[in-house]
Design a protein around this ligand. Structure first.
Ligand code: SF4
Length: 500
């Protein structure tokens, strides 16, 4: 075992090492990472040698290759790489979430959105409010915008969603941005007319599947119907339409998201099998969040994050097994981390970057036109907390929103180089935090990272991934590399110069 505690201090080799952090990730394997995001495995003996101020030639060559030796750095190349990796800082908000209604036909045990009953029409967004949301979103400095329709169940207020799509498409002619539309739906209300419209207008469709049928139906209740069967049938019909259009099914298919509650922890393999059987190629093993109804039902659905780690390891081990047997399926957390670890690039996933995406990467527009820094921010509003409200579409100015105290505070709070614990953490170059989560669970956007569930999840996943990389099995590394390959889904892109 290591004789040193994990640390951010540079080893005392004669002033030639860049500042580094280290962590033991397997028996006899220590991971070193640098601020640039480079990493290398060494043995505990080699680390000890470095600490004694020695740098044998063989070790020097290994470290120089990974940019750990100060006087052998290609500074220009490193500066270019860092600038590229953080290029999202020059974008502005690209994700614009429109909550077109809080009404929902399902009742989920963890509902983060605090759904409203089907007769609560006062929670429907009006066409005029939708227009003002689009007007504001188009002012973003980002050249690409994603409009994501959420609820409640967005299909309940389908006419306003249609209006928003048509208004955005028309208005964007003057802006020339690349835009795409995404619907997050339980699919139970998907009829032929809606399906025709969504496919014709190239709306990307995502749904929720919590695992095998019994588990899904227990967590997502659809009165007098079978929620799982409705979602499965919807996925099947949409995928069939993509196939009929001649689109590559590996790239174009419905993605489903699970929410991992306590009840799901016993079914890692069954969950993976369910997703594969539904034609999904990606599984995002997200733990339940403490927002909305999940805050009230946590006695039943929450769990210790150590249990989550066991679940995650079993599920991803099984996903790897299925890949080695020829099935193309990935785990989304792993793909995001591995893109940063193996390619040095950043996929701009808003919850896993530094600084995070609240405000500067995304805005959420509630049904009444109130603007929030993120979806989590508006979820808190439904429990009476307006901390993350930054304006209203009838009066807001884009520049004022971006420069608001709330947005600037969130940028600071999600900068890992300014967070105690994160600043010294070996995984700092690949990680991200969520200030709204810290606020909800610990009462401050800065939070206490070492007691944070989010940190526990991120650390556990990265321990797992680096542990796998330390095994040095070429077939596993090949699968991991495949997970980092991003293929543009151009079919969904509209407007702009490159859209089809
Ligand atoms: S959130 Fe946790 S795992 Fe991530 S950088 Fe911070 S301390 Fe490390």
């Amino acid at each position: 075992m290591l004789q040193f505690s994990e640390s951010a201090h540079a080893a005392r080799s004669p002033g030639r090492l860049v500042p580094l952090r280290f962590r033991q990730v397997a028996d006899d394997v220590v991971l070193l990472t640098s601020h640039f995001g480079d990493w290398v495995f060494v043995s505990p003996q080699e680390l000890s040698t470095l600490y004694q101020g020695e740098l044998p030639t063989e070790l020097e060559e290994k470290l120089a290759e990974r940019n750990f030796i100060v006087d052998r750095l290609d500074r220009r190349a490193l500066a270019d790489r860092l600038s590229r990796k953080r290029r999202f800082l020059r974008f502005g908000p690209n994700l614009h979430i429109l909550v077109v209604t809080l009404r929902c036909n399902e009742t989920c045990v963890y509902c983060h959105a605090s759904r409203a009953d089907m007769d609560a029409v006062d929670t429907d967004m009006s066409p005029q409010t939708a227009e003002r949301c689009i007007d504001l979103a188009l002012q973003s400095t980002s050249g690409r915008l994603t409009f994501e329709f959420q609820g409640g169940e967005p299909l309940v207020n389908f006419p306003v969603m249609q209006h928003a799509i048509e208004y955005a498409t028309e208005k964007n002619r003057a802006y020339g941005k690349e835009i795409e539309f995404t619907l997050v739906s339980n699919l139970a209300l998907l009829d032929d007319a809606k399906l025709d419209y969504l496919v014709e207008n190239k709306v990307q469709i995502c749904t929720s599947v919590d695992g095998p049928e019994k588990l899904h139906n227990k967590q997502r209740v659809l009165p007098s119907d079978n929620a799982f069967q409705r979602a499965a049938r919807g996925i099947e019909r949409i995928n069939a339409r993509y196939l009929a259009l001649g689109l590559d099914p590996v790239l174009y298919h419905v993605e489903a998201l699970p929410t991992i509650t306590r009840a799901a922890l016993d079914y890692p393999k069954e969950l993976v099998d369910t997703f594969v059987s539904l034609g999904c190629h990606s599984i995002f093993l997200r733990p339940v969040d403490p927002f909305g109804f999940a805050g009230k039902t946590q006695d039943k659905i929450e769990y210790d994050r150590k249990r989550y780690h066991e679940f995650y390891r079993s599920a991803v081990d099984y996903i790897l097994e299925r890949n080695l047997a020829g099935t193309r399926v990935l785990e989304r957390y792993a793909a995001i981390f591995l893109t940063k670890i193996l390619t040095g690039d950043d996929p701009n996933f808003l919850d896993l970057r530094s600084p995070g995406g609240a405000g500067i990467g995304q805005l959420t527009y509630n049904y009444d036109g109130s603007i929030y820094t993120s979806d989590e921010g508006r979820m808190l509003r439904e429990t009476g907390d307006e901390t993350f409200r930054i304006g209203h579409v009838s009066t807001a100015r884009y520049r004022e929103l971006m420069l608001s105290d709330t947005v600037r505070s969130l940028v600071l709070a999600s900068n890992l180089d300014a967070q105690p614990d994160c600043v010294t953490c070996t995984y700092n170059p690949y990680c991200g935090n969520k200030p709204e989560h810290s606020y909800r669970t610990q009462g401050s956007i800065f939070g206490r990272t070492r007691e944070s569930d989010i940190c526990a999840v991120h650390k556990g996943i990265q321990d797992y991934l680096f542990g796998k990389l330390a095994e040095n099995r070429p077939e596993i590394v090949d699968v991991f590399r495949r997970w980092t390959t991003v293929r543009e889904r151009e079919h969904y892109l509209q407007g702009g110069a490159t859209a089809s």
